[in-house]
Design a protein around this ligand. Structure first.
Ligand code: ADP
Ligand code: ZN
Length: 528
């Protein structure tokens, strides 16, 4: 029978203790659970590691019938079901990895009322066959996990999620709970609108993860910097290293292994068996480092990940926060470390320019990147910036790089003018475009072969920037790109002016810049 409002609270606590073996609820878990047990709809925004699963698992156990969990994580369904089965919870899943007999057995168990939880891939729920099956049994609730996958411009968009708006129309009496760890104002609104959850109760947890130390460093030799981080601070710790491409995953993993670190690669191009084996080693053994593309991680629950390192710039703050959130779920100190350089900006701007999709889509990618760049270049507390991005207020944290070693800023206006006018002159007087390397050589007055070949030592700007080092000039280019005061074009990453460049050249806009921290000694193995 459906629990009454009074009974539901104690039922929930009893299940928490008896089934899951925990003493008390965390944060708003209890309110969420009681609300759903009573039949209410809920939209739950909670950071990774916050404890979202219990919010639908316990109501499914307390209410009559089977809780249907929609999840995009097909690869993890078996693990999730195994874990629940071990606790004595009757759970099953339906997805494309099963043969017809396995599927039929699960369907029968559902019809017999012998399942507390049924995990479904969204594409399965769309089929008329599955919908008729659900009609013939008793559904206690729908849980929509990773609900941000409904967000069309988000980083994990799954078209099948759009069809989930039909749940309410087809089963108006079944409560729905949507959960996600991605929660900007925009995504939040989009989830509510697309899933028809405007009238649901919204539970928004604090997104702060105080035990994670956020650090963003200028990239000069990423592999060497990473090795230094592991050796000096995380020797023998479990960690995740994110790279953008499969080839850099392979290269980085091989490098770490060479250096005696227990590292394994993980990306979508590997065969399923080695991928599963590497994931299992990471989960079950101590101190394994996974080097992965962003294909790795959604739904992975390992409490003692001590560091998450990014060797390439993430495409959005949402993605970055979700990836770094995999560190330190046990509440112990952990590090989120990102190495970021000029080449990242050039590469990502190029990718956006060359991406398929319409103007609005590209603009959205650009806005995501701009927010990420603003986080990288800020001289304020990283945590305050991150939380502000998720619409939450915060105080300077004392546990991020800018709090621990306040970044100095300097007036980069004159340097910006020198650089922009070099780009302008080349375009205007020579009808030429060049990448950052050549522009910087000209500014520093270096008579390289290429400078002489193009007669660039005859330019009036030749040598006007000898006061700054190459690293400093690259920082100037990077920050101008981040601010949209300079742009890259074409396959060679040539620099061009933007409309806003004129404001700087005309002296109408000043450009405060972040001082480059002293680079980690950068000799040795090849640059990435
Ligand atoms: P999320 O899905 O929000 O990332 P999970 O549901 O996977 O988080 O929970 C993260 C970890 O916290 C899991 O190991 C889970 O067992 C644990 N956990 C959740 N709720 C509680 C609680 N009330 N008490 C103790 N541990 C909890
Ligand atoms: Zn801080």
């Amino acid at each position: 029978a459906q629990a009454s409002a009074e009974a539901s609270g104690s039922d929930a606590v009893r299940v928490l203790r008896r089934v899951f073996g925990y003493d008390s609820f965390r944060g708003e878990q209890q309110q969420i659970i009681e609300h759903v047990v009573r039949g209410g709809d809920a939209l739950v925004l909670m950071p990774t590691g916050g404890g979202k699963s219990l919010c639908y698992q316990i109501p499914a156990l307390v209410r009559d019938g089977t809780g249907v969990v929609v999840s995009p994580l097909i690869a993890l369904m078996q693990d999730q079901v195994d874990a629940l089965t071990a606790l004595g919870v009757r759970a099953g899943f339906l997805n494309s990895t099963q043969d017809p007999y396995q599927r039929q057995a699960v369907e029968q168990a559902f019809l017999d009322g012998a399942l507390d939880l049924l995990y479904l891939a969204p594409e399965r729920l769309r089929t008329e066959g599955t919908q008729r099956l659900l009609d013939r049994g008793t559904v206690s609730l729908f849980a929509i996990d990773e609900a941000h996958c409904v967000s069309q411009w988000g980083h994990d968009f799954r078209p099948d999620y759009l069809a989930l708006s039909m749940l309410h129309e087809r089963w108006p009496d079944v409560p729905r709970i949507a959960l996600t760890a991605t929660a900007t104002e925009a995504t939040h609104g989009e989830i509510a609108a697309r899933l028809g959850l405007q009238d649901a109760r919204h539970f928004v947890a604090s997104f702060d993860r105080p035990n994670i130390q956020y650090r963003i460093v200028p990239k000069n030799n990423a592999l060497k910097q990473l090795l230094e981080l592991i050796r000096t601070e995380h020797d023998g710790d479990a960690g995740v290293v994110y790279c953008l491409s499969r080839s850099s995953v392979e290269k980085t993993a091989a490098f770490l292994v060479e250096q005696g670190i227990d590292a394994v690669p993980y990306h979508a191009g590997m065969d399923a068996a080695s991928r599963a084996a590497n994931q299992a080693r990471f989960l079950r053994e101590d101190g394994v480092v996974v080097v992965a593309t962003i294909a790795f991680g959604m739904g992975i629950d390992k409490p003692d990940v001590r560091f998450v390192a990014h060797l390439d710039l993430p495409k959005s703050v949402e993605g970055y926060y979700q990836e770094t959130g995999r560190a330190g779920r046990d509440g112990e100190p952990a590090t989120a470390w990102l190495a970021y350089g000029l080449q990242d900006v050039v590469q990502q701007r190029k990718m956006i320019e060359g991406s398929e999709g319409d103007e609005a889509y590209r603009r959205s990618l650009s806005q995501h990147l701009d927010a990420m760049l603003a986080l990288c270049e800020t001289v304020d507390c990283r945590r305050v910036r991150l939380l502000a991005y998720f619409g939450q207020a915060g105080e300077p944290c004392g546990n991020c790089d800018t709090c621990l070693a306040p970044a100095e800023s300097w007036d980069g206006t004159v340097a910006a003018q020198k650089l922009l006018s070099t780009v302008w002159r080349l375009a205007r007087e020579r009808r030429q475009k060049f990448g950052a390397g050549q522009i910087i050589d000209i500014l520093q007055g270096k008579k390289t072969a290429k400078v002489i070949q193009f007669d660039h030592d005859a330019l009036s700007v030749f040598g006007v920037g000898a006061d700054l080092s190459t690293a400093e000039w690259r920082g100037v280019v990077r920050q101008l790109l981040a601010l949209g005061l300079l742009a890259v074009e074409g396959d060679y990453g040539t620099l061009v002016l933007t409309e806003a460049s004129g404001e700087v050249l005309g002296g109408r806009r000043s450009v405060p810049m972040r001082k480059e921290a002293a680079p980690v000694a950068a000799a040795g193995s090849g640059k990435r």
